[in-house]
Design a protein around this ligand. Structure first.
Ligand code: IPM
Ligand code: MG
Length: 358
């Protein structure tokens, strides 16, 4: 049976980077005789302009039926003042929630050739290889009650950071298991010195650690982790964090590697199904200039092939080609050290050539 891939390019550079990944997907389908069906739909602001909704019913339906979703990026300032439901970001949050994609894997690793592109000294980031496991369907992003009260003086607004035991256990399980497959170290991040929800999180994770005697568990406060990621990132292997803290820490981790334009991510529901997106956003400031780095999106395609589409060999070929691409000195604007760089639309051709030449 053919596997279903839903492609949602979205807004801004989402379109351009998805085009690059699609060229590679189409090439691999032909070359390796893969049995995939591809459906491409609008989402985010682009969908809102055409249909009045950032996530039309048809998109949600197709997403539920897909084996893997490739998601570009959504959002741009022109849609910032819409109601919450109409904003492009709502498409992303709805997909995560409706598909129960609670486990967000955000690997951050450094290609040593790119250490010059990192804002951090080479000796600090050399060999960097971290996996952030971010909880994605709970916490303050979705907690109720939430709201803005405008008929009282003073007006106020509020959100709720809430986790139940099951939500903590299922994300911690993924994190412990990921640590087992890597170097066996897990750091759980929260603010247990201030927040009840964090203290609760810490107690559950601590209790679970008895089931994983081969994993060395540590706990850190989120503000300290932000600092430690910059001071001594190599102390980390796997980091597990709530939705909000994971969001913040993964941007820091991404930046260490030279460019957020390099980093893919997978959002999983605990089975094989997943949504794959670059960690960067829609970057409206550089959209339509053909200068975005599509490697994060291409890496996301590779993760989809590995986790959801049962094509690990093809996935490894793409990863190897990305590595060769960097080693050969090819650069996009964000990681270039001089004025010589490839346009977004030129990257897929180089990657394909590298795979062909193998
Ligand atoms: C991310 C993004 C999203 C988030 C935004 C676009 C809603 O920052 O995926 O990290 O906050 O989760
Ligand atoms: Mg973010």
């Amino acid at each position: 049976m053919s596997k279903k891939i839903l492609v949602l390019p979205g807004d801004g550079i989402g379109q351009e980077v998805t085009d690059a990944a699609m060229q590679i997907l189409k090439f691999t389908i032909k070359k390796f005789n893969l049995n995939f069906s591809i459906n491409t739909l609008d989402v985010g602001g682009t969908a809102y302009e055409k249909t009045g909704s950032p996530i039309p019913h048809e998109v949600l339906q197709a997403a539920k039926e897909a084996d893997a979703i490739l998601f570009g990026a959504v959002g741009a300032p022109q849609w910032d003042n819409l109601s919450w439901d109409d904003r492009p970001e709502n498409a992303l949050l709805t997909l995560r929630k409706e598909l129960n994609l609670f486990a967000n894997l955000r690997p951050a690793f450094l290609f040593n050739e790119l250490s010059e592109a990192s804002p951090i000294k080479e000796k600090i980031i050399e060999g960097l290889d971290i996996l952030i496991v971010r909880e994605l369907t709970g916490g303050i992003y979705f907690g109720e009650p939430r709201g803005v009260i405008e008929d009282e003086t003073p007006n106020y607004a509020f959100n709720t950071m809430i986790y139940n035991e099951d939500e903590i256990r299922r994300i911690a399980k993924i994190a412990f298991e990921s640590a087992q497959k890597r170097s066996g170290r897990l750091c759980s991040v929260e603010k247990a010195n201030v927040l009840e929800v964090s203290k609760f999180w810490r107690s559950i994770v601590t209790e679970m650690s008895a089931e994983y005697p081969d994993v060395e568990l540590s706990h850190q406060l989120a503000d300290n982790t932000a600092m430690q990621l910059v001071l001594n990132p190599n102390q980390f292997d796997v980091i597990v964090a709530s939705n909000l803290f994971g969001d913040i820490l993964s941007d820091i981790a991404a930046t260490l590697t030279g460019s957020i334009g390099m980093l893919p991510s997978a959002s999983l529901d605990g089975s094989l199904k997943g949504m794959y997106e670059p960690c960067h956003g829609s970057a409206p400031d550089i959209a339509n200039q053909d200068i975005a780095n599509p490697l994060a999106m291409i890496g996301s395609l590779s993760m989809a092939l590995k986790y959801s589409l049962d094509e690990e060999v093809v996935s490894n070929k793409i990863d190897a080609a990305i590595k060769t691409f960097i080693q050969k000195g090819f650069r996009t604007k964000d990681i270039a050290t001089d004025e010589k760089y490839l346009k977004t639309s030129e990257v897929a051709g180089k990657i394909i050539k590298i795979i062909e030449d193998e």
